[in-house]
Design a protein around this ligand. Structure first.
Ligand SMILES: Nc1ncnc2c1ncn2[C@@H]1O[C@H](COP(=O)(O)OP(=O)(O)O)[C@@H](O)[C@H]1O
Ligand SMILES: [Mg+2]
Length: 170
Protein backbone atom coordinates (compact mmCIF):
# COMPACT_ATOMS: atom_id res chain seq x y z
CA UNK A 1 0.00 0.00 0.00
CA UNK A 2 2.85 2.35 0.89
CA UNK A 3 4.77 1.69 -2.29
CA UNK A 4 1.62 2.36 -4.27
CA UNK A 5 1.28 5.59 -2.30
CA UNK A 6 4.86 6.56 -3.12
CA UNK A 7 4.33 5.81 -6.79
CA UNK A 8 1.03 7.66 -6.73
CA UNK A 9 -0.69 4.67 -8.35
CA UNK A 10 -3.79 4.49 -6.22
CA UNK A 11 -7.45 4.93 -6.98
CA UNK A 12 -8.66 8.43 -6.36
CA UNK A 13 -12.04 9.48 -5.11
CA UNK A 14 -13.51 12.17 -2.91
CA UNK A 15 -12.64 11.44 0.73
CA UNK A 16 -14.27 13.39 3.55
CA UNK A 17 -11.65 13.85 6.27
CA UNK A 18 -14.35 14.27 8.93
CA UNK A 19 -15.46 10.68 8.21
CA UNK A 20 -11.82 9.55 8.32
CA UNK A 21 -11.55 11.24 11.74
CA UNK A 22 -14.72 9.60 13.08
CA UNK A 23 -13.65 6.19 11.80
CA UNK A 24 -10.13 6.53 13.25
CA UNK A 25 -11.57 7.46 16.65
CA UNK A 26 -13.95 4.49 16.50
CA UNK A 27 -11.23 2.01 15.46
CA UNK A 28 -8.99 3.23 18.29
CA UNK A 29 -11.73 3.45 20.97
CA UNK A 30 -10.83 0.12 22.67
CA UNK A 31 -7.17 1.20 22.95
CA UNK A 32 -8.18 4.65 24.23
CA UNK A 33 -10.39 3.07 26.89
CA UNK A 34 -7.62 0.70 27.92
CA UNK A 35 -5.21 3.64 28.29
CA UNK A 36 -7.75 5.91 30.00
CA UNK A 37 -7.50 8.48 27.21
CA UNK A 38 -10.53 10.53 26.15
CA UNK A 39 -10.80 11.09 22.38
CA UNK A 40 -13.03 13.86 21.01
CA UNK A 41 -13.77 14.51 17.35
CA UNK A 42 -15.13 17.75 15.93
CA UNK A 43 -15.16 19.74 12.76
CA UNK A 44 -16.79 20.32 9.44
CA UNK A 45 -16.93 18.17 6.34
CA UNK A 46 -13.55 18.50 4.59
CA UNK A 47 -13.35 16.79 1.20
CA UNK A 48 -9.93 15.79 -0.14
CA UNK A 49 -9.15 13.76 -3.26
CA UNK A 50 -7.33 10.47 -2.94
CA UNK A 51 -7.32 6.95 -1.65
CA UNK A 52 -9.88 6.22 1.05
CA UNK A 53 -7.71 3.35 2.35
CA UNK A 54 -4.50 5.40 2.51
CA UNK A 55 -6.12 8.44 4.11
CA UNK A 56 -7.83 6.17 6.64
CA UNK A 57 -4.42 4.66 7.45
CA UNK A 58 -3.04 8.19 7.92
CA UNK A 59 -5.85 9.18 10.29
CA UNK A 60 -5.66 5.94 12.25
CA UNK A 61 -1.86 6.21 12.69
CA UNK A 62 -2.25 9.74 14.04
CA UNK A 63 -4.96 8.81 16.53
CA UNK A 64 -2.99 5.72 17.57
CA UNK A 65 0.08 7.86 18.29
CA UNK A 66 -2.00 10.45 20.12
CA UNK A 67 -3.29 7.74 22.45
CA UNK A 68 -0.07 5.82 23.11
CA UNK A 69 2.28 8.82 23.40
CA UNK A 70 0.08 10.45 26.03
CA UNK A 71 -0.40 10.73 29.76
CA UNK A 72 -1.60 7.37 31.04
CA UNK A 73 -4.96 7.46 32.77
CA UNK A 74 -5.81 11.11 32.13
CA UNK A 75 -4.81 11.82 28.55
CA UNK A 76 -6.91 13.81 26.11
CA UNK A 77 -7.02 13.74 22.31
CA UNK A 78 -8.77 16.20 20.00
CA UNK A 79 -9.31 15.25 16.36
CA UNK A 80 -10.49 18.14 14.17
CA UNK A 81 -11.14 18.89 10.55
CA UNK A 82 -11.27 22.29 8.89
CA UNK A 83 -11.57 23.92 5.49
CA UNK A 84 -9.45 26.93 4.62
CA UNK A 85 -8.74 28.84 1.40
CA UNK A 86 -5.54 26.76 1.07
CA UNK A 87 -7.25 23.39 1.33
CA UNK A 88 -8.54 20.92 3.87
CA UNK A 89 -7.01 20.01 7.23
CA UNK A 90 -7.01 17.12 9.63
CA UNK A 91 -5.39 17.85 12.98
CA UNK A 92 -4.80 15.51 15.88
CA UNK A 93 -3.76 17.13 19.14
CA UNK A 94 -2.92 15.40 22.40
CA UNK A 95 -1.74 16.02 25.92
CA UNK A 96 1.55 14.43 26.99
CA UNK A 97 5.13 15.10 27.94
CA UNK A 98 6.56 18.52 27.11
CA UNK A 99 8.37 18.37 23.76
CA UNK A 100 10.71 20.84 22.09
CA UNK A 101 10.46 22.03 18.50
CA UNK A 102 13.88 20.52 17.93
CA UNK A 103 12.91 17.12 19.31
CA UNK A 104 9.83 16.84 17.07
CA UNK A 105 11.61 17.97 13.90
CA UNK A 106 12.91 14.50 13.00
CA UNK A 107 9.95 12.38 14.09
CA UNK A 108 8.52 11.90 10.59
CA UNK A 109 11.76 10.20 9.46
CA UNK A 110 11.61 6.40 9.26
CA UNK A 111 12.58 4.57 12.48
CA UNK A 112 12.87 7.83 14.48
CA UNK A 113 11.36 7.38 17.90
CA UNK A 114 11.11 9.67 20.88
CA UNK A 115 13.11 9.34 24.05
CA UNK A 116 10.51 7.47 26.10
CA UNK A 117 12.32 5.01 28.33
CA UNK A 118 9.33 2.76 28.79
CA UNK A 119 8.33 0.87 25.68
CA UNK A 120 4.75 -0.12 26.33
CA UNK A 121 2.91 -3.00 24.74
CA UNK A 122 1.67 -0.66 22.01
CA UNK A 123 5.11 0.70 21.07
CA UNK A 124 5.84 0.71 17.38
CA UNK A 125 9.14 0.70 15.54
CA UNK A 126 9.03 4.34 14.49
CA UNK A 127 7.29 4.07 11.13
CA UNK A 128 3.88 5.50 11.99
CA UNK A 129 4.69 9.13 11.23
CA UNK A 130 6.89 8.24 8.24
CA UNK A 131 3.86 6.50 6.73
CA UNK A 132 1.67 9.50 7.54
CA UNK A 133 4.13 11.79 5.76
CA UNK A 134 4.42 9.50 2.69
CA UNK A 135 0.64 9.37 2.36
CA UNK A 136 0.23 13.14 2.80
CA UNK A 137 2.96 13.91 0.25
CA UNK A 138 1.54 11.37 -2.23
CA UNK A 139 -1.73 13.33 -2.00
CA UNK A 140 -0.03 16.64 -2.72
CA UNK A 141 -0.13 17.66 0.93
CA UNK A 142 2.07 18.20 3.98
CA UNK A 143 2.40 17.33 7.66
CA UNK A 144 3.30 19.83 10.39
CA UNK A 145 4.27 18.86 13.95
CA UNK A 146 3.88 21.49 16.66
CA UNK A 147 4.64 20.85 20.33
CA UNK A 148 1.95 22.08 22.73
CA UNK A 149 3.13 24.49 25.42
CA UNK A 150 1.32 22.50 28.10
CA UNK A 151 2.81 19.23 26.81
CA UNK A 152 1.94 16.86 24.01
CA UNK A 153 1.78 17.42 20.30
CA UNK A 154 -0.40 18.79 17.54
CA UNK A 155 -0.04 17.14 14.13
CA UNK A 156 -1.73 18.90 11.22
CA UNK A 157 -2.13 17.32 7.79
CA UNK A 158 -2.99 19.75 4.99
CA UNK A 159 -4.30 18.49 1.66
CA UNK A 160 -5.68 20.11 -1.48
CA UNK A 161 -9.48 20.37 -1.31
CA UNK A 162 -11.65 18.37 -3.70
CA UNK A 163 -12.94 20.60 -6.47
CA UNK A 164 -16.42 21.83 -5.68
CA UNK A 165 -18.84 19.57 -7.57
CA UNK A 166 -20.88 22.52 -8.79
CA UNK A 167 -17.80 24.20 -10.24
CA UNK A 168 -16.53 21.21 -12.22
CA UNK A 169 -17.17 21.89 -15.91
CA UNK A 170 -19.05 19.16 -17.76
N1 LIG B 1 0.90 12.27 19.13
C1 LIG B 1 2.14 12.23 19.63
N2 LIG B 1 2.45 12.82 20.82
C2 LIG B 1 3.69 12.77 21.32
N3 LIG B 1 4.73 12.17 20.72
C3 LIG B 1 4.48 11.56 19.54
C4 LIG B 1 3.19 11.56 18.94
N4 LIG B 1 3.26 10.89 17.77
C5 LIG B 1 4.52 10.50 17.64
N5 LIG B 1 5.27 10.89 18.70
C6 LIG B 1 6.70 10.65 18.89
O1 LIG B 1 7.24 10.42 17.60
C7 LIG B 1 7.90 9.15 17.55
C8 LIG B 1 7.68 8.56 16.17
O2 LIG B 1 6.30 8.23 15.98
P1 LIG B 1 5.97 7.00 15.04
O3 LIG B 1 6.67 7.22 13.74
O4 LIG B 1 4.52 6.77 15.00
O5 LIG B 1 6.70 5.81 15.76
P2 LIG B 1 6.25 4.90 17.01
O6 LIG B 1 4.88 5.32 17.42
O7 LIG B 1 6.29 3.53 16.42
O8 LIG B 1 7.29 5.14 18.05
C9 LIG B 1 7.29 8.36 18.69
O9 LIG B 1 8.21 7.38 19.17
C10 LIG B 1 7.01 9.43 19.73
O10 LIG B 1 8.17 9.72 20.48
MG1 LIG C 1 3.34 5.30 16.11
Amino acid sequence: MLSRANQGTFQRGEVDLSLVAEEAAEIMLPLAEKKGVLVETAGEMAAAVGSQALLQQLGTNLVHNAIVHNLPGRGRVWVRTAVSPEGVELSVENTGEVLTAESVSTLTEPFQRGTERIYGDQAGVGLGLAIVKSIAVAHGGSVALTPRTAGGLCVTVRLPAAPHAALVPH
